[in-house]
Design a binder for this molecule. Structure first.
Ligand SMILES: [Zn+2]
Length: 64
């Protein structure tokens, strides 16, 4: 009794798709509202865009 061989189909392994950075959403940049004042922290209409410190601009979620 021989076990039925499974058809040798090559299963393509999907490329490891890095998840998007939760902080910047894959943009690699963080846009934060400019706050004025240390106590109140009033948010102005201005926004400053900076490098996302979570993924360092790669837009990929850190795997570590
Ligand atoms: Zn990021």
């Amino acid at each position: 009794m021989t076990a039925a061989k499974k058809p040798a189909t090559r299963r393509k392994t999907p490329l490891p798709r890095p998840s998007k950075c939760p902080d910047c959403g894959g943009n690699g940049e963080c846009t934060e509202a400019v706050k004025v004042g240390t106590r109140k922290g009033r948010i102005t209409d201005d926004h400053q865009t900076g490098l996302c410190l979570t993924c360092w601009g790669s837009g990929e979620a850190p795997t570590d």
